[in-house]
Design a protein around this ligand. Structure first.
Ligand SMILES: Cc1ncc(COP(=O)(O)O)c(/C=N/[C@H](C(=O)O)[C@@H](O)C(C)C)c1O
Length: 391
């Protein structure tokens, strides 16, 4: 469960039996055809996979260089990639006989995905959400409640995602018997980072054959780009290509108001250093005494002061490059995507798109970039309206 010196399992003794049981169930499910048959059926008929791989002609022409493709995971049921992972974890939870699912959420997409799958399987659902996020992602809070979930606003600490995860862990320790903790990103104690990555890898696996269909047998992307909150949509796109050295890998972190002021961004790799958070060792935004700093980003989904341990390892090994994009750059990309392609992106993938806008003009026309359109922008239109003075 380690990625170099990152990852591992830093949890309280009370949780260990459950974590070990989960690891055993997952190791078995990984090679169990009936598990993947159930996943494939639900991914196809409930989520609507495969998500399209869309060539963006007007954006490509506007940038005047590389060919830009978008992996349309914003077209999944619930409007983001989160459901890819939630399905897998909840099928495992049912196999473990759990009847109550808890989750943390920031942007609310993971919360909505968890509430959705719980409604589908008739499971009780409790979602912990920072009070600040409850306010700025109100449409998703209403959706969770419509789907039958209990949303618990978290006011401990600074009332952000980090505190929501801590409260979810406290709940889990108290209710280990009937409760399963569905983690929304590639963080947490082993096996969560590897398990979430494996579920999200459906994204990159589809890209491989979809690009070959459109660009010719064996044609790989030259560059893949994805935004990073905890890093799950990025790991899902990147993982199937890690052993293809010709594929450049770029993760885009939230630069907020700028990475020179560490209180004003969420670029955990660019502006952080190794530490332990939420059960795993990874790069974190922390002060000199090791206190975890609150991140800052216009996008709730990237507002996480940590990053999945596998990304920390890929960064230190040099297999992937990690950059940051500011709020202003993301807003620019958000608007360009609307006007040139008729797609309203979530603020999270807008960060990936903003980096594509920077590099595409410098690359030859036969260079192929695939970016992860991991969420749709419905949840963000009020935030964007405010920033653009529309309201
Ligand atoms: C549309 C969308 N795109 C990207 C992300 C970033 O999460 P990762 O893909 O795990 O880096 C998110 C993250 N959403 C989480 C949530 O909805 O709870 C997020 O707030 C936390 C897990 C960090 C998202 O909603």
């Amino acid at each position: 469960g380690r990625f170099g010196k990152f990852g591992g399992r830093f949890v309280s003794e009370t949780l260990m039996p459950l974590i070990l049981d989960l690891e055993e169930r997952y190791e078995f499910a990984k090679t169990d055809p009936t598990f993947w048959a159930e996943m494939d059926d639900l991914w196809k008929h409930y989520v609507g996979r495969p998500s399209p791989l869309y060539f963006a002609p007007r954006l490509t022409e506007h940038l005047g260089g590389a060919k830009v493709y978008m992996k349309r995971d914003e077209l999944n049921h619930t409007g983001a990639h989160k459901i890819n992972n939630v399905l897998g974890q909840i099928i495992l939870a049912r196999r473990m006989g759990k009847t109550r699912i808890i989750a943390e959420t920031g942007a609310g997409q993971h919360g909505v995905a968890t509430a959705t799958v719980c409604a589908k399987f008739g499971l009780k659902c409790v979602v912990y959400m920072g009070a600040h996020d409850v306010e700025r992602q109100a449409p998703n809070v209403f959706r969770m409640r419509l789907l039958g979930a209990e949303v618990v606003p978290v006011t401990s600490g600074r009332g952000t995602l980090k505190d929501a995860m801590n409260d979810a862990l406290r709940d889990w320790v108290t209710n280990v018997r009937d409760t399963f903790y569905c983690i929304g990103t590639v963080a947490g104690p082993h096996p969560y980072p590897a398990m979430v990555r494996d579920f999200q890898s459906i994204i990159g696996k589809e890209v491989r054959w979809q690009l070959a269909e459109q660009e010719g047998e064996g044609r790989l992307p030259d560059t893949v780009v994805a935004a990073i909150g905890g890093g799950s949509n990025a790991m899902g796109l990147f993982f199937p290509f890690l052993d293809d050295p010709s594929v450049n890998i770029i993760g885009v972190e939230a630069g907020g108001k700028g990475v020179d002021d560490r209180m004003q961004h969420c670029a955990s790799l660019t502006g952080g250093r190794p530490g332990v958070l939420h059960g795993n060792r990874t790069y974190l935004l922390q002060d000199n005494d090791g206190q975890i700093l609150e991140g800052f980003s216009i996008s709730a989904g990237l507002d996480y002061p940590g990053i999945g341990p596998e990304h920390s390892w890929l960064h230190d090994m040099g297999r992937a490059q990690y950059v940051s994009i500011t709020d202003a750059e993301a807003l620019e990309a958000f608007q360009l995507c609307c006007k040139l392609e008729g797609i309203i992106p979530a603020l999270e993938p807008s960060h990936a798109l903003a980096h594509v806008m920077k590099i595409a003009p410098t690359l030859p026309r036969d260079h192929i970039i695939v970016m992860n359109m991991c969420g749709r922008g419905d949840k963000d239109i009020f935030t964007v309206a405010k920033h653009l003075g529309f309201d």
